[in-house]
Design a protein around this ligand. Structure first.
Ligand SMILES: *Cc1c(COP(=O)(O)O)cnc(C)c1O
Length: 384
């Protein structure tokens, strides 16, 4: 049972009650608010805690052009995974040299487009990809993605991706033999990662492989530590798991890499945008079923709450009602599908039609995977 938080207009909230009312008056709901200052704060915090590490924002976390724009202005580079993501970044003014095509399984047309546009850094983790890439883009610089421990991470990104340590040397030789230019390694510890060992254990593997490869004449000078950095949740009064605490454990190892002349890059997604967006949704229906209230909202599982099934995310729900007894209820989305239930056993003040529900920390893997199923369009997006 998750306890619903009553909306408190106090320091630490991303948006004040007044701002929310103004925005809803102007744009109606569902409304997805991107807070520019939060993105900038998160980005600068990342740079502060990982000095010298080059951030490549993972566009898939939230591909809204205004986010790409803000991060581009802050000097970020970008991790893209498809032709469309490359196009988006270039449209926002990012230069192709600041992109990494970090999908180890690429469509041919994606590789061709990347080559035409001047993107030159890629990842791979298997020999079929070597053949495909070498035939389209001989001479491309590639990072070998390694499988990692994903202990304690909600989403395991080494289930579907990553070469085993034992096959690494053979893949490097094959890539070089085929005419690609291996320049380093990448990995992803899972998302969000709360266990610094996932990074440090893999960095040790990378270190060993760099030496082993050097003996065969490879000059491997790039380590891409991927994403997975936890976000500093707005709802946590005393956050213990944040980019800061992760950096404390991991940065000394990176610093050592950089001291030895290795370029360290990262692909943060969640930690830059997760806490930087707020969803405002409204009650559009209310029914009493089997002894509890069901509230139907104008956004649901097929929309911004796609984060629930896809990202296994859970959220707190705030309302403007104060000092009223809470009641257990079910929150559901607007579509005709029974799957479209956002949360059960939520404690919430009694609500009426048109009451607003505010959801913070919903910036990552939410709007990105929203659909317009059943005719319910994605929420209006506004940058404040
Ligand atoms: C999704 C993804 C990221 C971003 O991960 P976060 O956990 O959101 O930081 C980075 N790199 C790759 C290759 C990814 O697939």
């Amino acid at each position: 049972m998750s306890e619903i938080a009553v909306w408190k207009n106090k320091n630490g909230r991303v948006l004040s009650e007044e701002t929310i009312s103004d925005l809803v008056g102007k744009y109606d709901t569902p409304l997805f608010v991107i807070v520019r200052d939060s993105i900038i704060r998160n980005f600068r915090a990342f740079k502060k805690y990982f000095p010298g590490v080059e951030p490549f924002y993972a566009v898939k976390a939230n591909p809204h052009p205004s986010i790409v724009q803000v991060l581009h202005e802050e000097g970020s580079s970008f991790d893209v995974a498809s032709k469309n993501e490359i196009e988006l970044a270039l449209r926002c003014g990012v230069s192709p040299g600041n992109l990494i095509f970090a999908n180890t399984i690429k469509r041919k047309k994606g590789i061709r487009f990347a080559k035409e546009m001047g993107v030159s850094l890629f990842t791979f983790d298997n020999d079929n990809e070597i053949g495909k890439m070498a035939s389209i883009f001989p001479g491309a610089e590639v990072l070998l993605r390694l499988k990692t421990a994903s202990e304690g991470s909600r989403i395991n990104l080494s289930y579907k991706f990553g070469a085993e340590e034992q096959e690494a040397m053979e893949l490097l030789r094959k890539a070089r033999g085929a005419g690609l230019r291996p320049v380093g390694f990448s990995f992803h510890v899972g998302s969000p990662c709360h266990n610094p060992h996932n990074y440090t254990v893999t960095l040790q593997v990378v270190e060993n492989l760099v030496s082993e490869a050097a003996a065969e004449g490879f000059e491997l000078k790039v380590v891409d530590i991927g994403g997975g950095f936890p976000l500093h949740l707005t709802r946590d009064e005393n956050p213990v798991e944040s980019v800061e605490s992760m950096a404390e454990a991991v940065f000394p190892h990176l610093s050592e890499c950089m001291r030895r002349g290795i370029r360290v890059i990262a692909e943060p997604g969640r930690c830059l945008v997760g806490s930087a967006c707020v969803l405002i949704t409204k009650v559009i229906g209310k029914a009493r079923r089997s002894g509890r209230y069901w509230y139907y909202l104008d956004d649901g599982i097929y929309g911004t709450f796609s984060a629930v099934p896809f990202d296994k995310a859970t959220f707190d729900f705030h309302t403007f009602h104060r000092d009223v007894p809470l009641e257990p209820c079910v929150l559901a989305g607007p579509t005709c599908d029974s799957l479209d239930v956002i949360a059960e056993d939520v404690l919430i003040p009694p609500l009426e039609l048109d009451d607003k529900i505010i959801v913070e920390d919903i910036g990552a893997y939410s709007w990105a995977s929203a659909t317009a199923f059943n005719g319910f369009e994605k929420p209006t997006v506004v940058l404040v």
